[in-house]
Design a protein around this ligand. Structure first.
Ligand code: SAM
Length: 299
C-alpha cells in the first residue's frame, strides 16, 4: 500500500492550483447548531453540492447564503463525480452537504471523496452535528468503546447476524432506526440478547420534543407496545452478552483441528470456560454441543 499524506493548508493565503472539497455538516434539527465556520465556508465556495437542493435551500435562505447549488445524491453517476473533480482541478472550491448532519455518515459522498483522493485534491472535513455521537454521549451507555452500525437491518436473518456480533463485543452498539420499526427492533434485541440488555432510544435530538428512553430490552418492548414513537430515532444498546467470536477458533475450525483442540484453543485464547468454549465451537461448526462435549471429555 502506498502511504498518502495530506497536509491541509487551512488558510486562504497563497496560490494552490487545485480547489478543495469541503465536507460541511448541517444541523440535525436545531438551526443554531450550524457553526460559524460552516456558514462562512458555504458562503465562500464556488458551488455547493447538496443531497436535496429543495431541502438545503431553506438552510441557505436562513443564513443568507447565496452560493449556487447543484444536487449530489446517492445515485449520482460516475460521470457526475468526474465533472465535480474536474471543477476542483480547475481551482474551484466545492462544499458537500447532506440533508442533515455529517455528509457520508449514512449519506452520500464516499465516491466523491475517493475520486478526489485519487487526484490528490485536498479534502477538508468540518466538525459539526451528528445524530449518532450526540445520542451516545447522553445515553448513559459506555462511550469508551462503541460501534456505529448504520441503520438496523430489516431482514430477520441480518438482524440475528448483527445482534450476534453486538453480543460478542464488550462495547456499545449504535443504530439508526425508523419510528415505524423501532418496536420490532427492540423485540429482536430482547429475543437475541436477553430481556436485561440495556437499551436507550434517543428521539428528535436537538428538536422541541427531544427525548431519551432508557431501560432494559423487556421494559422498552413493553413501553413501545403501549406508546408508538414519532420522529427521528437513534437506537443504542450494550453489547457483550455472548462469548466473544474468536478468529483463532475460526481458524482452528478451518484447519480441521480435532474438536478437543478447538475447545482448548478457545479456552486459552478467549479466556472462556470449558462450557462456553464447547458452546462456541459447536456454534461455529454448526454441530451439536453434545458432540463437542463428548470429544472434549474423551467420552
Ligand atoms: N448524516 C446524518 C448524521 O450525521 O447523523 C444521518 C443521516 S441518516 C440518512 C438519517 C437518520 O439519522 C435518521 O433516520 C435517524 O435515525 C438519525 N437522525 C437524524 N437526525 C436525528 C435526530 N434529530 N434525532 C434522532 N435521530 C436522528
Amino acid at each position: 500500500m502506498q502511504i498518502q499524506t495530506s497536509f491541509i493548508e487551512n488558510t486562504r493565503v497563497g496560490l494552490t492550483a487545485k480547489g478543495k472539497l469541503y465536507l460541511v455538516p448541517t444541523p440535525i434539527g436545531n438551526l443554531d447548531d450550524m457553526t460559524f465556520r460552516a456558514i462562512n465556508t458555504l458562503k465562500e465556495v464556488a458551488l455547493i453540492l447538496a443531497e436535496d437542493t429543495r431541502h438545503t435551500i431553506k438552510l441557505l435562505n436562513h443564513f443568507n447564503i447565496e452560493t449556487k447549488m447543484r444536487s449530489f445524491h446517492e445515485h449520482s453517476r460516475a460521470h457526475e463525480v468526474t465533472e465535480w473533480v474536474e471543477l476542483l482541478e480547475s481551482g474551484q472550491d466545492l462544499a458537500l452537504v447532506s440533508d442533515a448532519g455529517m455528509p457520508l455518515i449514512n449519506d452520500p459522498g464516499h465516491p466523491l471523496v475517493q475520486a478526489c483522493l485519487e487526484e490528490a485534491i485536498d479534502i477538508v472535513a468540518l466538525p459539526g452535528a451528528n445524530a449518532a455521537l450526540t445520542a451516545l454521549i447522553a445515553s448513559g451507555l459506555s462511550s469508551e468503546h462503541f460501534t456505529y452500525y448504520g441503520f438496523f437491518p430489516r431482514s430477520m436473518k441480518e438482524q440475528k447476524e448483527v445482534l450476534a456480533l453486538v453480543g460478542s463485543r464488550q462495547e456499545t452498539a449504535i443504530f439508526y432506526e425508523s419510528p415505524f420499526r423501532i418496536k420490532k427492533a427492540v423485540v429482536a434485541i430482547e429475543k437475541e440478547l436477553g430481556a436485561d440488555t440495556s437499551v436507550v432510544v434517543a428521539r428528535e435530538l436537538t428538536k422541541r420534543y427531544e427525548e431519551y428512553i432508557r431501560g432494559t430490552a423487556a421494559e422498552l418492548a413493553a413501553y413501545l407496545a403501549q406508546q408508538p414513537l414519532k420522529g427521528e430515532i437513534v437506537l443504542m444498546l450494550e453489547g457483550g452478552q455472548l462469548p466473544p467470536q474468536s478468529n483463532l477458533a475460526e481458524k482452528a475450525a478451518q484447519l480441521e483441528l480435532p474438536y478437543k483442540a478447538q475447545v482448548e484453543l478457545a479456552m486459552a485464547e478467549d479466556g472462556l470456560s470449558s462450557k462456553d468454549a464447547i458452546k462456541q465451537v459447536a456454534k461455529q461448526l454448526g454441530i451439536k454441543k453434545q458432540d463437542v462435549y463428548q470429544a472434549y471429555h474423551d467420552l
